[in-house]
Design a protein around this ligand. Structure first.
Ligand code: HEC
Length: 105
């Protein structure tokens, strides 16, 4: 009679510890999206944006001229291009601010 009880207890412990492992994964997911938001709160720096743009955006194609597109168009382009250039959220904020500052009016 003792062995099945221990086996059940063991199974229970395994299940509980597996559940406990699952919890931090969910927490990490909810923490991640909020982290860039606090980054985004810091003021975008245009000089930094220009520098990142010059260094990172001419690798695959010629360096685009910000005046080629409107600010609204740049927002869409930056969402597509930031992952291509492997920009961090903060770098993306700086570059987007700079191109929009110099965009077609
Ligand atoms: C890994 C390569 C790569 C990097 C790095 C890259 N791009 Fe691009 N870019 C592309 C490709 C490929 C296209 C054309 C295909 C497309 O439109 O999706 C493109 C197209 C564009 C266009 C034209 C969009 C249009 O609709 O006409 C603009 C503007 C642009 N990129 C800006 C940028 C900026 C700004 C950066 C830096 C943040 C950047 N790119 C970094 C690959 C890259």
């Amino acid at each position: 009679m003792k062995t099945p009880f221990i086996a059940t207890l063991f199974l229970f412990i395994v299940l509980v510890s597996c559940q406990k492992k699952a919890v931090p994964v969910i927490t990490a997911r909810t923490v991640e999206p909020s982290a860039p938001k606090t980054e985004e709160l810091s003021a975008p720096d245009l000089q930094t944006g220009k520098q990142i743009f010059t260094n990172r955006c001419g690798r695959c194609h010629g360096l685009p001229d910000p005046v080629q597109y409107t600010g609204k168009r740049w927002e869409t382009i930056m969402v597509l291009m930031a992952p291509k250039a492997k920009l961090s959220k903060l770098e993306q904020v700086h570059v987007t601010a700079w191109v929009k500052e110099n965009a077609a009016k």
